[in-house]
Design a binder for this molecule. Structure first.
Ligand code: SF4
Ligand code: SF4
Length: 477
């Protein structure tokens, strides 16, 4: 609505309208398809480089190996995980829980301070949508105006060709990415083996990967920004994670309002926003950032670039839309660490320290020896007394390891029950053994023992336990 000076500042009910409506849904409740204008500018270029770098890591990581073992593997079915070439199994679950808590605190802290930077720069959904699928769409169907025209046009051979080509490429990429994700679960060697086998040997797997590719294709060809606005829980948490000191992509309403189009030879008393609507046209979630922070904003920076372009054209300073906190815009305050952010930082530091300590002190073997519960002692021939022990060893390495046990601090006998101990890679051994001591050595009820667990000459661990001796014998002695 314009006044005599050309001001087009929104009326109060218009300002609040966005809170009651979703940019991608019509009044009738139908899906409103978004045709975002092709973004351009320094932030978009920087995001393109970052995205390609992250995509390169995603695609190449499953091929990398350390000592002939995968660099990374998330084999959920066999509960086998490899990170940076180090094997983690079910026995490392406590590390996984701590790491998850640290990641959640990091996300909360990062969001409280820097808003949704992750969504715009590193979220796989945004990267695939904006940097892969959307780029292909622009290449085949042209910019937003041409896409709208093509959608409204009748089904000519040209439209049929463009739509078929686009969807064929989309499905091909979806299939490729699904296979990359699968390689994280089963390993690249296994995936290559499956691919090189005749399809008839893996019919079930082929159906599963095609179905998964179909979901992937549906998300990027059709569902699109709805993932961020409807499905993603992180987006929905913004209301509690952000505060007025969080750095978000924000419109400087103090500088921009009252907005209005520039009119030649008319004296105007306006802010810097020329109401060109370019920031709305480029928005992939169909919102107007000038309405304020919104759940739908994925911090993609397209509106910053668009507005900077306009500001350059009208010779006004850039940054009418920029990374800024609400307080820095309204109260001109400088960036500060809020008490909430300080609290999260302390918690995060503690968690990272504990996690680092546990990781650095993590050994290649987990070894436990316990006297068998429920048993006291056994009197043996030749004035010997024995105790039975349970042995449990977890091999966290990729190597086969023969293991030997030795009684370290007394001159008794250690008898293994069963065959020699050989740990298979990432395997677990449960065994039993007897320790026999001559009655002459027994001078009290509980005798401390030290048992050495060796691989060749290499001492893996010295375990302290106790030997239960007959009290009667002690009294007699
Ligand atoms: S408002 Fe700006 S940063 Fe947010 S999604 Fe739209 S274009 Fe991207
Ligand atoms: S791009 Fe900038 S000048 Fe144009 S409408 Fe958006 S905020 Fe205003």
């Amino acid at each position: 609505m314009e006044d005599e000076h050309g001001k087009t500042s929104p009326q109060p009910e218009e300002v609040q309208k966005y809170r009651n409506e979703i940019g991608t849904v019509t009044k009738e409740g139908k899906r409103k398809w978004i045709f975002p204008k092709k973004p351009f500018g320094r932030f978009y270029n920087a995001r393109t480089y970052v995205s390609f770098f992250l995509l390169a890591i995603l695609i190449t990581a499953p091929f990398l190996k350390i000592n002939n073992h995968p660099f990374i593997l998330f084999d959920f079915l066999n509960r086998k995980f490899i990170l940076f070439g180090i094997y983690f199994g079910p026995h490392d679950f406590y590390l996984f829980v701590l790491a998850m808590i640290a990641i959640i605190v990091f996300i909360v802290l990062f969001t409280a301070v820097f808003g949704r930077v992750f969504c715009g720069w590193a979220c796989p959904q945004t990267i695939f949508m904006e940097m892969v699928f959307r780029k292909i769409e622009y290449w085949i169907e042209g910019d937003a105006k041409n896409q709208r025209k093509l959608k409204a046009a009748p089904w000519t051979s040209n439209k049929f060709f463009k739509k078929t080509l686009k969807n064929f490429i989309f499905f091909g990429i979806a299939f490729f990415i699904s296979n990359i994700f699968l390689s994280y679960l089963i390993g690249m060697d296994e995936l290559i083996k499956i691919i090189s086998d005749p399809p008839s040997k893996h019919i079930q797997g082929l159906i599963a990967i095609t179905a998964f590719s179909g979901v992937f294709y549906f998300i990027f060809s059709s569902f699109r920004e709805q993932v961020c606005t409807i499905v993603c829980p992180y987006g929905r948490l913004q209301g509690v994670l952000l505060d007025r000191d969080s750095i978000v992509i924000a419109y400087d309403n103090v500088r921009g309002e009252p907005r209005g189009k520039i009119k030649k030879n008319v004296k105007q008393d306006l802010g810097d926003c020329v109401d060109c609507n370019l920031c709305v046209d480029v928005c992939p979630t169909g919102i107007d950032i000038r309405d304020g922070i919104q759940l739908e904003c994925v911090n993609c920076t397209a509106c910053i670039d668009a507005c900077d372009y306009v500001m350059d054209k009208v010779k006004r300073p850039r940054g009418l839309i920029r990374y800024a906190s609400i307080n820095s815009i309204e109260k001109k305050t400088k960036f500060r660490f809020t008490p909430r952010a300080i609290g999260y930082s302390v918690l995060l530091t503690v968690l990272v320290c504990v996690l680092s300590y546990l990781l650095f002190t993590r050994t290649d073997f987990s070894i436990n020896i316990l006297r068998t519960p429920g048993l006291l002692y056994q009197e043996q021939p030749n004035d010997m007394v024995s105790n039975l022990y349970d042995l449990n060893i977890v091999n966290k390495t990729f190597n086969e390891v023969p293991v030997k046990l030795k009684l370290e601090n007394l001159s008794g006998e250690l008898k293994l029950i069963g065959k020699d101990l050989v740990l298979v890679p990432q395997g677990i051994i449960d065994a039993k053994f007897l320790i026999l001591l001559p009655e002459s050595e027994i001078n009290r009820m509980s005798i401390p023992l030290e048992i050495g667990v060796y691989s060749g000459d290499n001492l893996l661990k010295k375990v302290k336990t106790s030997f239960l001796a007959p009290v009667k014998k002690k009294e007699e002695g």
